[in-house]
Ligand binder design. Structure first.
Ligand SMILES: Nc1ncnc2c1ncn2[C@@H]1O[C@H](COP(=O)(O)OP(=O)(O)O)[C@@H](O)[C@H]1O
Ligand SMILES: [Mg+2]
Length: 369
């Protein structure tokens, strides 16, 4: 089996480094503070948070994880959230009792074929109302009276898709009153998350300790790659490890993807990772994805295409007059709009003042077309 995994989160001996981050996040949360952690997609936030939850659970703190990316309506949000809380209950009867006392929610327990109880809820109202949401946001604190609780909300910027009732302000006001439950917010659209937690006029301003996650340290990555290849009888030099890392701009997900491709390519007869092998495998991924990249690019507007191409070359100071002139990009305001769409679609990322193409294979595709 391929020792490199990029399909699901990194766990067990596929997870390396992040010791400092884990310690810092665990101690901040167990010390009673909330945390917001952000980094571009595919940097390893969810993997890290599963590690954090493991550590917290070891300390006797219950963790509830919900991924806002998979939630499509307030009703589904309520249902998934309540279900996650329910699963953490040791005193199920009491939880059901609390839920039953809420005005607009009816918990229901059904039994599956094996006789296992299944939790569900019925909403009394056709649409989840503000007061129901308030009740739901109260629950973690009520539960945490018995046992400390940490609520993790992954892809938290997606809360923006629920415009109803000013949900951001509601959640903030509830969290502020809670002393036993703590919250860990994760976000991958870094510009949106930063705005949410660092702009003075936003409800979540200053409500959590900020932790920005960067890429993994190269030495640890080299050690990891060397060890994993070694287990399959494949050798790789430090220089070749660095070549892999550089090829994919050090993004954790793409390191695993390229490493997996190389492993696949070498097995079972070849035993050394060379620069030719790395380059060939890199281009193989680009070619495999080129139909998809073509379509992705084709769907963009004229200006978005030009901006994306420009960012491939240089992503610094993209609003300057010089930049606009050089790449014939009309005006700063039109660039702003185009950049917002590209950010929103996850095609580019922004760190400080620099924009970059997220997917290194797509970047190479764009350079060649
Ligand atoms: N600490 C780590 N050790 C090894 N691989 C990692 C690590 N963090 C991330 N990865 C790689 O990156 C991929 C994406 O990680 P994930 O946690 O889903 O990122 P995110 O939530 O930031 O999008 C994982 O499947 C794995 O291949
Ligand atoms: Mg994630």
């Amino acid at each position: 089996m391929n020792p490199f995994n990029y399909v699901s989160i990194a766990q067990g001996d596929n997870f390396y480094d992040r010791k400092e981050e884990t310690k810092h996040i665990v101690s901040t949360l167990s010390g009673g503070n909330n945390v917001v952690m952000f980094a571009p997609r595919r940097y390893g936030k969810t993997s890290l948070v599963f590690k954090v939850m493991q550590e917290l659970e070891k300390q006797g703190i219950d963790c509830v994880y919900i991924d806002l990316m998979t939630i499509y309506s307030l009703e589904s949000f309520a249902e998934i959230y309540l279900n996650a809380l329910y699963k953490k209950q040791t005193a199920t009867d009491k939880f059901i009792q609390i839920l039953s006392s809420l005005k607009n929610i009816r918990p229901k327990i059904t039994f599956d074929e094996t006789g296992k109880p299944q939790f569900g809820i019925d909403f009394v109202e056709p649409k989840v109302s503000a007061s129901t949401l308030f009740d739901i946001f109260d629950l973690p604190e009520r539960m945490a009276q018995q046992k400390r609780l940490v609520v993790v909300m992954d892809e938290f910027q997606e809360i923006g898709k629920f415009h109803a009732y000013g949900i951001e302000a509601m959640l903030r006001s509830k969290i502020q009153q809670q002393h036993h439950a703590n919250y860990l917010f994760l976000g991958s659209k870094t510009h949106i998350i930063q705005e949410m937690f660092m702009a003075k006029n936003r409800p979540f301003y200053n409500s959590a300790i900020t932790i920005q996650i960067s890429t993994l340290p190269t030495q640890e990555t080299c050690d990891f790659l060397t060890e994993k290849y070694k287990q399959s009888g494949i050798t790789i030099s430090h220089e070749m490890c660095m070549r892999i890392i550089e090829k994919v701009d050090n993004v954790p997900y793409y390191i695993q993807l390229l490493a997996a491709e190389i492993w696949q390519h070498l097995m079972p007869d070849r035993h050394e990772v060379t620069s030719d092998v790395i380059d060939e495998c890199f281009m193989r991924v680009v070619n495999l994805k080129s139909d998809y990249y073509f379509e992705r690019f084709d769907r963009l507007s004229h200006l978005q295409k030009r901006l994306l191409k420009a960012i491939v070359e240089n992503g610094v100071n993209i609003y300057s007059a010089q930049y606009i002139n050089k790449y014939r990009l009309v005006s700063a305001s039109s660039i702003q709009k185009a950049a917002a769409t590209l950010l929103d679609e996850g095609l580019i990322d922004k760190t400080e003042n620099t924009y970059s193409v997220t997917d290194p294979f797509f970047k190479t595709y764009l350079q060649q077309h």
